[in-house]
Design a protein around this ligand. Structure first.
Ligand code: UD1
Ligand code: MG
Length: 402
């Protein structure tokens, strides 16, 4: 009825209005803060441009702060008058606060990474710690670690399986994956924010579809976060698009990943969240030999500018085949069989492309202009979202009774 619709819809409406304000605030503040960041030595050189001017870096901290401030101001809204007459639903309240705590932590850690250039092992360790409050709340509020078994496997496993501690490990790994996956699919103007916007929009569409189901509360909870997230990121995208006036920094990549992990975990759709990360999963798997140093990994793997053509080409890494470990040799040979790397031998050295999705695309298409390359990769991301929806809806009917 009308009263109920009002109670459900009003907080969402206020959230959208606040997000619009957040968008314009971010649009206005980024140009104002550009010089402050450069003065604080927070800048990078755009490696794919002919000029080498200083581009302010980690402006993600600004959009992140406005995102967090919007949510802080929003805290009393979903609880309405109950907030003031003492009938606060404590479980929902603690979910909101712990989600904010995890995102806040990740913003701080991302900024620390931008300033201090942390080591790889810290990058794995930090999101694990930042997701602990979240997992604790999950434990206290739901502690549901039972999953429904897909139909073909039921003969052996039964209708449901309780994963117990394994489910917590999965959620912890999800937080580590989401935070790092966006950061390593990066290096060309607009890609970090662009892919995050595609993911957040996909999650928003998914949440809206699910609002009519009986889990609507969890999906509305997720929207409370994703709408202001998308608004502030859109403003950042405006300035980060080719040619970038600002760089987003690891701050942005980290808090974005954490936001997606948070809504997935507390909204009980962590497996669906992962479905929207298909290009990132591919990029991660493809990167493994370099991430674990089975093949030498240069500090930057972004594509290289061919200044004559004004197009980007693959970047490469060089090594001696015999210096690779057994596992390294095995993996590069598998990659060669599947023809997903460029392989060139010269004076006893091997030259291959760096193992990133961006380089793989360039390998297939040939050199491309930077802006076109970003658009190309974003289209791949959108196609994967469509695939994710097909897996989540029509295909899921085959494997589950829904
Ligand atoms: C990750 C990648 C690295 C990639 C880098 C680019 C891994 C393991 N690490 O490192 O290969 O080179 O991101 O962001 O895959 N930059 C540009 N144009 C852009 C964006 C960034 O030239 O559009 C350059 C700028 O010099 C900027 C720097 O990249 O200062 C930022 O790199 P940073 O985010 O510190 O690199 P990582 O996240 O450590
Ligand atoms: Mg980065």
């Amino acid at each position: 009825d009308v009263k109920e619709l009002w109670q459900i819809g009003l907080p969402m409406f206020i959230n959208v209005v606040m997000s619009v304000v957040a968008f314009f605030t971010t649009m206005k503040l980024i140009p104002k803060f550009k010089n402050t960041f450069i003065k604080a030595h927070l800048f990078g050189i755009d490696m794919n441009k002919r000029t080498s001017e200083k581009i302010p870096e980690s402006l993600g901290v600004l959009s992140g702060c406005i995102f967090l401030i919007t949510l802080f101001l929003f805290i009393p809204v979903p609880f309405g008058s109950r907030f003031f007459n003492g009938e606060i639903p404590h479980d929902e309240f603690v979910e909101l606060l712990s989600a904010l705590l995890s995102i806040c932590c990740m913003t701080l850690l991302g900024f620390a990474d931008d300033v201090l250039d942390l080591r790889w092992r810290h990058k794995l360790f930090l999101p694990t710690i930042a997701s602990l409050p979240l997992l604790m709340v999950y434990y206290v509020n739901f502690n549901s670690t039972t999953i429904i078994v897909p139909k073909p496997l039921r003969e052996w496993l039964g209708l449901t399986v309780n994963l117990g501690i394994l489910y917590y490990i999965f959620m912890g790994l999800l937080a580590i994956f989401c935070t790092n996956a966006i950061n390593i699919l990066a290096g060309i103007n607009g890609l970090e924010v662009g892919q995050s916007l595609v993911i957040s929009s996909s999650l928003i569409i998914f949440n809206i579809i699910e609002l009519s189901g009986n889990q609507w509360k969890a999906h509305r909870f997720s929207l409370f976060f994703l709408v202001p997230y998308t608004a502030t990121s859109l403003a950042l995208f405006w300035y980060n698009w080719y040619p970038s006036l600002v760089f987003v920094g690891d701050t942005f990549c980290y808090y974005s990943g954490m936001t997606f992990a948070v809504v997935g975990i507390l909204g009980h759709f962590s497996k669906t969240t992962l479905l929207f990360f298909i290009p990132q999963i591919f990029n991660f798997l493809y990167s493994i030999p370099q991430l674990f140093h089975l093949v030498p990994c240069p500090r930057h793997r972004l594509p290289k500018l061919d200044s004559k053509l004004d197009k980007l080409n693959i970047s490469t890494t060089t090594f001696k085949y015999n210096d690779l470990s057994f596992l390294g040799k095995l993996i590069v040979n598998i990659f060669r069989i599947f023809r997903i790397i460029k392989w060139q031998e010269k004076d006893g050295y091997v030259i291959t492309n760096n193992f990133t999705l961006i380089n793989l695309v360039l390998l297939i298409t040939g050199p491309m202009h930077e802006a076109r390359l970003t658009i190309f990769l974003l289209i791949i991301q959108i196609i994967c979202t469509v695939m994710a929806f097909i897996i989540r809806y029509p295909l899921a009917y085959i494997f589950y009774d829904i």
